[in-house]
Design a protein around this ligand. Structure first.
Ligand code: RIB
Ligand code: CA
Length: 312
């Protein structure tokens, strides 16, 4: 089996946590490291939560590096109303015994891309793109060495989830997002258009509880906490499970559908700040810089999740 080497850049976040668990339970994937970024909650908490996720997966060997505490230009906004004060409300996970790596996440990203063979490392981004943009700015030589970026973020037909037009990850750091989309690196975008078709649903959460495992119970508690915000907002059965779609793309790309289009990010207007302007119908001659994913077999997606996480 050929393995895919990835770096996970993340702001855990219950959905980030499930994505990390999926990656760490999939033999097709080699996680070279996890880099934290401020987003759902401030950096100290996203960093702590990344360590907790590795220990929950029984993987204290995974190197975790702390990254950017604030966006490139704008002040940090967070999402405790969704994820809770800790960012990982729901289960009561123990304080991690594994240690945070010395050094900055941006330097880890740079050093890893310079060490690994060109075109072999995928960047999986589950939060604001600040670390990635900083790495590309500090070391432009690494850009052609990146295989691809698979990013949860943005929205088009689905609109936004934080403003009427902006999705959280992009809105937190729109300047970083625009820099990454202009980097020339192939980007697969998992926007709200596809993640809103991946609802946690009560029946799907019950499957984690039915595992009768410590991890299964922790995931059930995470998702029950996480979904309450979107259920009340959208009146849906369950909430959209955003970040695991990034990892699922690497494992089962055939369950997703999308097309190569141009996507740009609004960084000027306060009214539409962070909007991903997606040229789905090709009405401009702007370069097709993004594979924009809109469709998913959501049953297959959740079957993959329970199959892999059920191995813990
Ligand atoms: O808008 C959803 C995204 O913002 C997800 O990555 C979630 O974890 C938050 O970071
Ligand atoms: Ca996230």
């Amino acid at each position: 089996m050929t393995t895919t080497k990835i770096i996970i850049d993340t702001d855990p976040g219950q959905d980030d946590a499930v994505a990390i668990l999926l990656a760490l339970t999939s033999p097709e994937i080699e996680v070279l490291g996890i880099t934290s970024v401020a987003g759902n909650v401030p950096l100290p908490l996203t960093t702590l939560n990344a360590l907790k996720c590795c220990e929950l997966a029984g993987r204290p060997d995974i190197p975790v590096y702390a990254g950017a505490a604030a966006p490139l230009v704008r002040p940090l906004i967070t999402a405790e109303e969704v994820h809770g004060r800790t960012g990982l409300d729901g289960p009561d996970l123990p304080e991690p015994s594994m240690k945070l790596q010395d050094g900055h996440a941006v330097d880890f990203i740079i050093e890893t891309l310079r060490r690994e063979d060109p075109g072999t490392v995928t960047l999986c981004t589950l939060g604001p793109l600040t670390n990635i943009a900083l790495a590309f700015s500090k070391a432009p030589d690494i850009k052609p060495r990146v295989k691809q970026i698979v990013a949860m973020g943005g929205g088009a037909f689905e609109g936004g989830n934080t403003t009427p037009v902006a999705e959280f990850n992009i809105l937190v750091d729109p300047h970083a997002a625009q820099a990454v989309l202009q980097s020339g690196i192939p980007v697969v975008m998992m926007p709200l258009d596809v993640t809103h078709k991946c609802l946690t649903k009560r029946s799907r959460i019950q499957k984690y509880r039915d595992l009768n495992t410590r991890v299964g119970e922790a995931v059930a508690l995470m998702l029950e906490y996480f979904e309450r915000f979107d259920e009340s907002k959208y009146g849906s059965d369950g909430g959209p499970l955003h970040d695991p779609t990034v990892i699922a793309w690497l494992l089962r790309p055939e369950i997703f559908g999308g097309r190569d289009i141009n996507v740009e990010v609004e960084t000027g207007s306060e009214l539409t700040m962070g909007q991903t302007v997606a040229d789905w119908w090709g009405v401009t001659d702007r370069p097709k810089n993004v594979h924009f994913v809109r469709d998913v077999d959501d049953d297959a997606f959740f079957d993959l999740l329970i199959e892999r996480i059920g191995t813990l």
